[in-house]
Design a protein around this ligand. Structure first.
Ligand code: HH2
Length: 259
């Protein structure tokens, strides 16, 4: 899953694709490089980020989704807002990626249930503005697993079908560096919930710290690849990445070796 942030302030590619024509070219390049999914987002969810009004979010993402709808790659919309979900599904997206797991907007679950699209339910506590203060766990793996189980049950109780659901442990969302590392080591236990598992590790700060680099976020692709391959070996089915070309080439080698 290639990441296409049509935002001025995303943590690693903010401002790069804000002009729709550059975003569309970047999306086509991701498709040509071998992405299976392109995840289009119009609101940064980095720690401390301010919410973006849904109409502004839609003005950023809808032209990009409309232009990419025929590129034979599945499109997902990275949003917490029900009206943006609807507009994106109408424009050609087939997957909803909601970092709030359908909790931020009370109308979101009904949209996903009615449209029958795939939905990624990610683990987070609070909102991007408040989550850093909520990173408190005795056993982060067991707790994230349990909270994801409750999140899935809530979505199902609102009419979403189990066959629509994928899950994501939410690396960097209400977790500190040690939590992220423990969660990655214990990923198999989250995968054992039995749903397709998305891992969003790309360029996250804890990987930069582990790799010893002090550079900017867009200089963390080597660390991201190492962590991504580990995630695949421990139950992940989708890697959400900024560097599609490098990841696809690494995966070809990995698949040739592992069968
Ligand atoms: N991480 C980010 C955004 N959306 N969605 C899922 N399912 N999993 C993630 O880990 C995830 C996500 C944050 O990364 P990015 O989109 O690069 O940055 P920003 O939120 O600043 O736009």
């Amino acid at each position: 899953m290639g990441i296409l942030n049509v935002t001025p302030d995303s943590f690693s590619d903010g401002g790069r694709w804000l002009d729709p024509s550059t975003a569309i070219v970047a999306g086509l390049e991701m498709a040509a490089a071998g992405a299976d999914i392109i995840d289009v987002g119009g609101e940064s969810t980095r720690p401390g980020a301010e919410p973006v009004p849904p109409l502004e979010e839609q003005a950023r993402v809808i032209p990009v989704i409309t232009a990419l709808r025929d590129c034979r790659v599945a499109l997902s919309i990275d949003t917490r807002n029900a009206t943006t979900m609807m507009a994106a599904l109408d424009a050609g997206a087939s997957i909803v990626n909601d970092v709030s797991a359908l909790r931020h907007d009370p109308a979101a679950a009904a949209v996903v249930a009615a449209r029958g699209c795939r939905v990624i339910l990610m683990h987070m506590r609070g909102s991007p503005r408040t989550m850093a203060t909520l990173a408190v766990y005795d056993d982060v793996v067991a707790t994230v697993r349990e909270e994801l189980r409750e999140t899935i049950a809530l979505a199902l109780s609102r009419g979403v079908a189990a066959s629509q659901v994928a899950i994501d442990p939410g690396f960097g969302f209400a977790k500190d560096g040690d939590h992220n590392l423990a969660l990655l080591r214990g990923l198999r236990s989250v995968a054992d919930l039995g749903y397709p598992l998305v891992a969003g590790l790309s360029r996250k700060r804890f990987l930069g710290a582990l790799g010893g680099g002090r550079g900017p976020a867009d200089d963390r692709d080597a660390e991201s690849l190492a962590a991504g391959l580990f995630a695949l070996e421990h139950g992940a089915t989708v890697l959400r990445v900024h560097d599609v070309s490098g990841t696809v080439r690494a995966l070809r080698v990995w698949k040739a070796l592992t069968g």
